[in-house]
Each structure stands twice: as structure tokens, then as C-alpha cells.
Design a protein around this ligand. Structure first.
Ligand code: ATP
Ligand code: MG
Length: 184
């Protein structure tokens, strides 16, 4: 599951988990960023929001270790909460480059989006994160970059991409759509 920051991935996922468990299946949600931050912490990093500012070479090292951890999970359904790209000082850098895709072998992609104005408001509401400068222009650009990155993922893996709009106040609706379309 990919989507730009503040689009509502984590919120959507908690609703989805409840629904999937009601269907009698075991599901494991993995936050790629949390896994990477745990690896980075062992290497001296203390602030999660500093991760994306490290030299890309270093982020790639942590990213690969996290992918190898994910590949060891054995639950029936594993959903990865991640980003199609990371906004690093060197530029937009892929969250799911080919070497990661080859390790985790995703069967499906879900690309979450929302109206730029709603994403803007959601980011402004959440003061637990230290975010980059928030502007509508940047959000629109990020949605564009996301679309290119996720197309590349689909082509590399041969797995389908389900696009989902996370409408304001309609998390249940979006969660149901995803579950139904993938058959979870
Ligand atoms: P990040 O990539 O930074 O982890 P995220 O995509 O996981 O972001 P969330 O943390 O799930 O985003 O959501 C951001 C904010 O938007 C939260 O305050 C959440 O409650 C709110 N939100 C998410 N989805 C909706 C929705 N459909 N309607 C209204 N508010 C929403
Ligand atoms: Mg999140």
C-alpha cells in the first residue's frame, strides 16, 4: 500500500485489518518506515524524520535490510505500509526500487490518493511528525511522481495496481473497496 504522506494509509490500514480479521484471516501490517528506522537506530539515528535526509546510499542500505526482514514474515496476508518515493534532499528516491521488489515480491499494489486540499489539511492536523514544507503545489507534484513510480513497480513485477481515493470521512468505503477488489 503506497501513498504520499498524510493521504491516510495508516488510518485506512487499521480499518482494513479489522475487516480482514472479521473474515477469519490472519493479517500482518508492516510499516516499512518503522522497520527502516529500527535498523537505522542500531546505526545511531535518533529521529525518524531524519531518515529521509540521510545520503541515499545509506538509506538504500537500511531499505535492503528492511526488505529482507519482510521476506521472512509468514502470515497469510502481509500488507506493507510504505511510500512509492521518498522526498530526500537528492531528489525523489524510490521506496520500491527493483532490488526491493525482487526481495519482497508483492502480489498487488494499492495506490492511495485523495484530493490535494484534503491531503493538505490532513498533514496540517497531524503535529506528531516533522514534515517538509507543506504546499498544495508540492502535494500535486507528489501525486504526479507517485503515479510514475507505481507504474514502474507494476511493470517490473507484473502485479496489478489498484487505485483508491480516500475520500474525506469515508475510510470504511475505501477500505471495503480495497478488500473486495483484492479478495482479502
Ligand atoms: P504517513 O505517510 O505520513 O504515515 P499516512 O498516509 O499514514 O501518512 P495517516 O496518518 O493515516 O496518513 O492520516 C493522516 C491524517 O489524516 C490523520 O489525522 C487521519 O486521521 C486523517 N485521515 C486519514 N484518512 C481520512 C479520511 N478518509 N477522512 C478524514 N481524515 C482522514
Ligand atoms: Mg502512516
Amino acid at each position: 500500500m503506497i501513498g504520499i504522506p498524510g493521504v491516510g494509509k495508516t488510518s485506512l490500514l487499521s480499518t482494513m485489518v479489522e475487516m480482514i480479521q472479521k473474515n477469519g484471516k490472519t493479517v500482518h501490517v508492516v510499516s516499512y518506515g518503522t522497520l527502516m528506522f529500527n535498523v537505522a537506530k542500531e546505526n545511531g539515528l535518533t529521529d525518524r524524520d531524519e531518515l529521509r535526509k540521510l545520503p541515499v546510499l545509506e538509506q538504500q542500505k537500511f531499505q535492503k535490510i528492511a526488505a529482507e526482514q519482510i521476506a521472512t514474515f509468514t502470515e497469510q496476508i502481509i500488507i506493507i505500509d510504505t511510500h512509492a518515493f521518498i522526498n530526500s534532499p537528492e531528489g525523489y528516491y524510490p521506496g520500491l526500487p527493483e532490488y526491493v521488489l525482487k526481495i519482497i515480491k508483492p502480489t498487488n499494489f494499492v495506490a492511495v490518493s485523495a484530493k490535494p486540499e484534503e491531503i493538505y489539511n490532513r498533514r496540517m492536523k497531524d503535529d506528531t511528525r516533522s514534515r517538509d514544507k507543506i504546499t498544495l503545489v508540492n502535494i500535486k507534484k507528489e501525486l504526479d511522481v507517485q503515479s510514475g513510480m507505481i507504474s514502474a513497480c507494476a511493470v517490473i513485477t507484473g502485479s496489478p495496481v489498484r487505485l483508491v481515493l480516500n475520500r474525506e470521512g469515508k475510510i470504511d468505503e475505501a477500505a471495503e473497496k480495497i478488500i473486495k477488489s483484492i479478495g482479502l
